[in-house]
Design a protein around this ligand. Structure first.
Ligand SMILES: [Zn+2]
Length: 232
């Protein structure tokens, strides 16, 4: 059984602050420290794929960590904490937003976020973090035309491969996916794709429909433990 955690932004704000899309850095550090003390290892998404398709060994307390959207604050604040504990993660970037600032959360009472630039993504990849695709423009794949879907999943992968050498993992914007978008992601050559459906991944889980456990500003320490399957 493999839990895959889903984060968005991590910022050094007050631990009790409620900023949309954001886990305070002190809370994130507590979560990662707890995983380390309990003996959890972090799996790359390649290792997750190997466990689920039966080609990799099972066993041990494991978790995969993902961050959607590609925010600079994740590289600045979350990745150093993970590196300190010998852990790894995947960042799903929106290739059309690389190096820009977007206001996706502002309408909902949040703040604008800077997206990491290509040079920063290259450094993160060199440190062992995985960079995956979250499309070019963060559109919902279930409402877009077939042509737009093929373009979004294909061109974003090509852009990342061109800069970083590889891009085998995908996350559906808004978690939105259906048979047609899953097929498009497969045709584009991705090995795995993450949804936002809650739950754990067991052997046989389709690799292009991976479940994830959301970690947000409202995730208490007790809820976090249940998200990784620790019921005790
Ligand atoms: Zn997103």
């Amino acid at each position: 059984m493999v839990p895959i955690l889903m984060y968005h932004a991590v910022l050094p704000i007050d631990a009790t602050a409620k900023v949309r899309g954001t886990v305070p850095l002190a809370v994130f550090r507590d979560q990662i420290g707890w995983l380390a003390r309990r003996g959890y290892r972090t799996l790359t998404l390649d290792a997750v794929a190997e466990r689920l398709d039966g080609s990799g060994a099972e066993g041990g307390r494991c978790v995969a960590i993902t961050f959607d959207d590609g925010y600079r604050c994740v590289l600045e604040h979350a990745f150093p904490v993970l590196a300190e504990f010998g852990m790894t993660a995947t960042l799903f970037v929106v290739t059309g937003a690389v190096g820009t600032t977007t206001d996706w959360y502002v309408a909902g009472g949040g703040r604008a976020f800077e997206h990491a630039g290509w040079d920063e993504l290259e450094r993160a990849a060199a440190q062992g973090f995985t960079i995956g695709s979250h499309t070019m423009s963060h559109l919902s794949l279930v409402t877009a035309s077939d042509t737009a879907v093929a373009d979004e999943v294909g061109a974003s992968r090509e852009a990342i491969v061109k800069r970083l050498g590889a891009c085998d993992h995908f996350a559906y914007p808004f978690g939105a996916h259906g048979d047609a978008s899953v097929a498009a992601v497969q045709r584009a050559g991705y090995r795995s794709a993450c949804t936002t459906e809650a739950g754990f991944n067991r052997r046989g889980q389709p690799l292009l429909r991976l479940r994830r456990q959301s970690v947000s500003r409202n995730t208490t320490a007790g809820r976090f433990r249940r998200r990784v399957g620790a019921w005790f």
